[in-house]
Write a protein that binds this ligand. Structure first.
Ligand SMILES: [Zn+2]
Length: 216
């Protein structure tokens, strides 16, 4: 296995998921300068999102965090979920004192998922589940294709864009469940709040949002 690892590293030198630089000897997972310079969210700095009890994220959506997310979503860097999910799991453990019953995510529309080959929020949810031991469950579906949120600047227009775009899977009973809802990036919070509303309609007792990064 060691030899295989060595050969793989030669062929595909591991790169920092944030800045894309080839990692130096002794750097594990991500580079030293990104570890220093990433825009971390201060503990206790939370924001309100409708239908959510909290909206947590380890990073602000700028600089290296933004670059890393672009690589993850558009550069085929699905392996980045490993590190990004780890940062999210740490954030959850440090900043969320309530207990939780399950982890779920804001799903892509099936068409978009087919195009990308993976659902970036799902991979993050699965990684957070793996690290926290919480059950990960698919609970929502996107029933209407929407315009890409990041291409809409108006907050009201973003809300309208995702209005009623999500619903809980038919027959799902979430009565009394305390849920961690995963998304990749939270900008206006419109997607998160639509999904949280659908979960509450299916009986969820609480919903806490957890994203990799959020915009100010
Ligand atoms: Zn870096």
């Amino acid at each position: 296995m060691r030899l295989l690892r060595f050969l793989l590293d030669l062929l595909y030198p591991p790169k920092c998921p944030f800045c894309g630089r080839v990692l130096e000897r002794g750097e594990e997972g991500w580079c030293a300068s990104c570890q220093e310079e990433l825009p971390w969210v201060e503990p206790g700095d939370t924001r309100a999102v409708d239908f959510c009890d909290a909206c947590l994220s380890p990073l602000w959506y700028r600089g290296g965090a933004r670059e890393g997310m672009h690589r993850y979503k558009f550069g085929g860097g699905r392996g980045h979920a490993e590190l990004f999910g780890l940062l999210m799991a740490q954030c959850l453990q440090d900043r969320w004192e309530e207990s939780a019953d399950l982890i779920t995510w804001t799903p892509l529309h099936p068409k978009r998922r087919r195009e990308r080959g993976y659902d970036q929020a799902e991979l993050l949810a699965r990684r957070v589940g793996e690290l926290t031991g919480l059950t990960v469950e698919s609970t929502l579906e996107k029933v209407r294709a929407t315009a890409v949120q990041s291409e809409i600047s108006e907050e009201e227009a973003r809300k309208a864009n995702v209005k009623d775009a999500y619903r809980a899977l038919p027959g799902l009973d979430l009565a009394g469940k305390r849920i961690i809802l995963i998304d990749d990036v939270v900008t206006t919070g419109a997607t998160l709040s639509e999904c949280a509303a659908a979960l509450r309609q299916a009986g969820a007792a609480s919903v806490a949002g957890l994203a990799f990064a959020r915009a100010r």
